[in-house]
Ligand binder design. Structure first.
Ligand SMILES: Cc1cc2nc3c(=O)[nH]c(=O)nc-3n(C[C@H](O)[C@H](O)[C@H](O)COP(=O)(O)OP(=O)(O)OC[C@H]3O[C@@H](n4cnc5c(N)ncnc54)[C@H](O)[C@@H]3O)c2cc1C
Length: 407
């Protein structure tokens, strides 16, 4: 069976739902195909206790607030998934769930999408399959006695076998999971690479508010050389600054970046002190910029000098561990919080750069009629976030609705 539609959207996470909403507003006939359920990744590819990293007033679409969640609170992941589902249902968006697109190819002036349920042809296709598609595990650890899983498969401390846990990666996922495991009484080792760690709140305002005021969300590209710096923030336990000294005080043993694994031993880079120092520098730079902004604008916000006081550096920083004998330390699990990569292997179109990223300008591919939304830095720093995907989707929908009107 061949079905024809003007615009096909692939994926119904926040980016796909936003695109559908904007297309519907413009009367563009379209269909969204979602391989599982609306916002599936928030449901099954995140851990049980995850809450949004930003407060509910911020991490949402501009035209709909969360019901039943205090705007200053951090929405639990099920509430985030429910929010997108409710949003889509309230607008009767044409989303067909349980249909995976297994191949996308060019067909005449448009495209042909293959699914197990049939073929769909469309003049325009918007790929909204997510910024975090394929888990990355950088090191090969061959030890059948050790349970290994990526952060997208972690659920809760009780689901890991008894014993110590090595968490590799200290972005938001790794830092939050390490904290949860330590609070559950687990012995935890945390491998910390380069990171930014903005203050959760400063002078009475959340850091997402400060980033908005300081124009950081609208940055067009990462600062050169900082592309791989992850950001460690948390909305857990009411929201607090990710401070690795505090994690160490909680019992977490900090390590530098994990390197090679040989005969039961993981080799650790001698970079922990540098990574902590650079993270502190990033933290302090946000305070400095916030103070400068407050002064320049004449804002009367409460002073917060205590935000500049740090706990002492833990021994693991001053006397770093360089090798870790997993068995001797009782480590029974490794949790890889080492990020994701894109996987567009199902798109049989020459639309990609050698590094796998689509060739595009603000989501508009150089293949006419093909678009991408929801990717990090698609148009700006905010692009992979809920409200950023909304904004990018609006611009793409406008382009699809009136191709000649947009330059
Ligand atoms: C741990 C974690 C926490 C995060 N917390 C926040 C936060 O608090 N606030 C925030 O703004 N952002 C957060 N993000 C970033 C981002 O908002 C989410 O990753 C979000 O899920 C991205 O939405 P998306 O719609 O672009 O992609 P996804 O949510 O990944 O949606 C893509 C959809 O496409 C479907 N799909 C994939 N391939 C196909 C196919 N071939 N055919 C049909 N369907 C397909 C998937 O099933 C999925 O439902 C977080 C990310 C992570 C990893």
């Amino acid at each position: 069976m061949i079905e024809t539609i003007h615009t096909l959207v692939i994926g119904a996470g926040q980016a796909g739902v936003a695109t559908s909403a904007h297309l519907a507003k413009r009367g563009v006939p379209h269909l969204v195909l979602e391989r599982a359920r609306i916002a599936e990744r928030w449901r099954s590819e995140r851990w049980d206790s995850l809450v949004a990293n930003g407060p509910a007033w911020h991490d949402r679409f501009p035209e709909a607030e969360f019901s039943d969640i205090d705007p200053e609170a951090f929405a639990p992941k099920e509430a985030v998934a429910g929010y997108f589902e409710t949003f889509a249902k309230a607008r009767d968006l044409p989303i067909r769930t349980g249909v995976a697109v297994t191949r996308l190819e060019r067909h005449g002036e448009g495209f042909r999408a293959t699914t197990a349920q049939g073929v769909i042809e469309a003049r325009h296709v918007v790929v909204a399959t997510g910024p975090f598609q394929k888990p990355v595990i950088p090191t090969v650890v061959t030890d059948p006695g050790i349970t290994q899983l990526h952060s997208n498969a972690y659920k809760n401390p009780a689901a890991l076998p008894p014993g110590a846990v090595l968490v590799v990666g200290a972005g938001s996922s790794g830092a939050q999971i390490a904290e949860e495991l330590a609070r559950a009484g687990r012995r935890v080792f945390l491998s910390v690479g380069p990171h930014d760690r903005p203050p959760r709140r400063y002078r009475g305002q959340d850091f997402v508010w400060w980033l908005g005021k300081l124009g950081k969300w609208d940055l067009k590209a990462p600062t050169p050389g900082t592309e791989h710096v992850t950001i460690a923030v948390s909305g857990a336990y009411g929201g607090h600054t990710m401070d690795f000294r505090r994690l160490a005080a909680l019992g977490v043993t900090l390590l530098g970046r994990s390197g090679e694994y040989r005969e039961g031993t993981l080799h650790i880079a001698n970079d922990l002190a540098t990574n902590i120092e650079n993270g502190d520098r990033n933290y302090l730079s946000v305070l400095d910029e916030a103070d400068a902004y407050a002064e320049a604008q004449g804002l009367t916000l409460p002073e917060e000098p205590e935000a500049r006081q740090f706990l002492p550096l833990p021994p693991a920083v001053t006397n770093p561990i360089r090798t870790l004998d997993l068995k001797a330390e009782g480590i029974t699990s490794i949790l890889w919080a080492t990020g994701f990569e894109l996987d567009f292997s199902w798109i049989a179109i020459d639309a990609f750069r050698p590094d796998g990223l689509p060739r595009h300008s603000e989501g508009v591919s150089d293949i006419p009629g093909l678009y991408f939304v929801g990717l990090p830095w698609l148009s700006c720093r905010g692009s992979a976030f809920i409200w950023g995907a909304w904004r990018d989707a609006e611009w793409l929908a406008e382009r699809i609705a009136k191709p000649q009107a947009v330059t």
